[in-house]
Design a protein. Structure first.
Length: 118
């Protein structure tokens, strides 16, 4: 068994921290709850079930105890994240800083009037 290898297995037990898997080559492994899927898992018992066949990827393998750390999350298709750029000016109208220039004298007058009151 090699790290990164994809292997078929069957879930034999589920605990709050992860799921135990019997692999087709006779070894056992654990899918930690953080390796089940991307994001938060509220209830592991709803995500997986005993007897379920799964395709997992080997994350780590201990040759002495013959136990593997497994992952379902690494086999998920990556979602494309589009970066959204938030801008403070309206590029479609090409107005630039003109509205700020027009409003600046008004803001100065309002601020001076406020300071005179105090």
């Amino acid at each position: 068994m090699k790290i990164g290898q994809k292997i078929q297995g069957t879930i034999t037990a589920i605990k709050p921290y992860g799921a135990f898997v019997s692999l087709e080559d006779g070894t056992t492994g654990l899918i930690h709850i953080s390796e089940i899927k991307t994001g938060y898992i509220d209830n592991i018992y709803q995500a997986l079930s005993v007897g379920q066949d799964v395709l997992v990827q080997v994350m780590d393998y201990d040759e002495y105890s013959h136990k593997a750390s497994l992952s379902l999350r690494t086999l998920e298709e990556e979602k494309r994240h589009y970066q959204h750029r938030h801008r403070f000016s309206n590029n479609r109208l090409n107005i630039g800083f003109k509205p700020l220039e027009e409003e600046l004298p008004v803001w100065i007058d309002e601020s001076l009037a406020f300071l005179r009151k105090e």
